[in-house]
Write a protein that binds this ligand. Sequence first.
Ligand SMILES: [Zn+2]
Length: 109
Amino acid sequence: MPIYEYECEQCGVRFEKMQRMADAPLTDCPECGKSALKKLVSAADLDLAAPGGAAADALNLKSAREAADRKVIRHALARSEGNISNTAKLLGISRPTLYDLLKQYDLQG
Ligand SMILES: [Zn+2]
């Protein structure tokens, strides 16, 4: 199932939602309740040729980026022997950003 990204034009909240392509787009904001959601163009929209299949997954920009991120972060962690400051420096990001990524990709510990 493709993931769609929505943005609320009222409160600015952004979130992602897994939907079937046939599903009607969401309109009501889960944060402020206003009917002001706008569907953002996402990688899923470019994936119409192979909906839902393994090929679609491989072509999904988000998955590809996440896989690449994971790989680079693991590499940097190994290179700096798990030292967070050095890993962040290697990756060219701040420590809080690195912590967020580690949590997001479940790479901690
Ligand atoms: Zn809203």
